[in-house]
Write a protein that binds this ligand. Sequence first.
Ligand code: ARG
Length: 256
Amino acid sequence: MKKILALILAILMVASLAACGGANDTDTATADDAKPELVMGTNAAFPPYEFYAEDGETIIGIDAEIAQAVADKLNMKLTIKDMEFDSLLTAVQSGAVDIVFAGLTVNEERKQSVDFSMTYATGVQVIIVKEDSDIATVDDLSGKTIGVQAGTTGDIYCTDEFGQENVKQFTNGALAVAALQNGQVDCVVIDNEPAKSFVAANDGLKILDTEYAVEDYAAAISKENTELTAKVNEAMEALKADGTIDNILAKYIKAE
Ligand code: ARG
């Protein structure tokens, strides 16, 4: 009899614990829903900055993690929207998204239309070629067909320097690299970290030693939203100071 009583008691305790847990879950969910939203726009085909996890649904990477850390600091709920790279700045200007984290290079032209946060990483434009290519330096690029991701700084430099007719635009780096594989373009100009992942994922490609351009990455926010820019900068400075940003970078970028 005692045993049965003990058993019933035990079951009741477990049940009430479970109920408690349940109640807590709902509490956090409600608290989370009540938080103001921080909508981030990105183009999630740019590993290791933003790409899809194996589930094919979750966007992960350096930018997703830094944005999450910023949102946590500001007590906001982060939502990530995946879109074409060349519509990101319009999206932040129109308010369709609050912030862009996209391995986005700071440049004068973009500064005319958006405000940038503090910079958090460096990017280098590099050249990917086939292993047996006769292209060895930037000087060998004239007269070649260059693949780029539309609207990126790589696109802008190559179009300026080698002419629109020699530059083929793709919606993402992976498509540009596929075009290189099947001979549609002679090389791809893209940021170094995604270049490394594309070369690792494809046989017969290499990255040239030449650094075509060195750039800084920052988040973009609407010029009208100076309050958000100030808050994001404050959060990012704290995350830089306490090592969070460096840890996120080190997690995705292995030192050579
Ligand atoms: N850094 C380059 C730029 O700002 C390329 C960025 C591409 N980013 C992306 N998420 N697809 O133009």
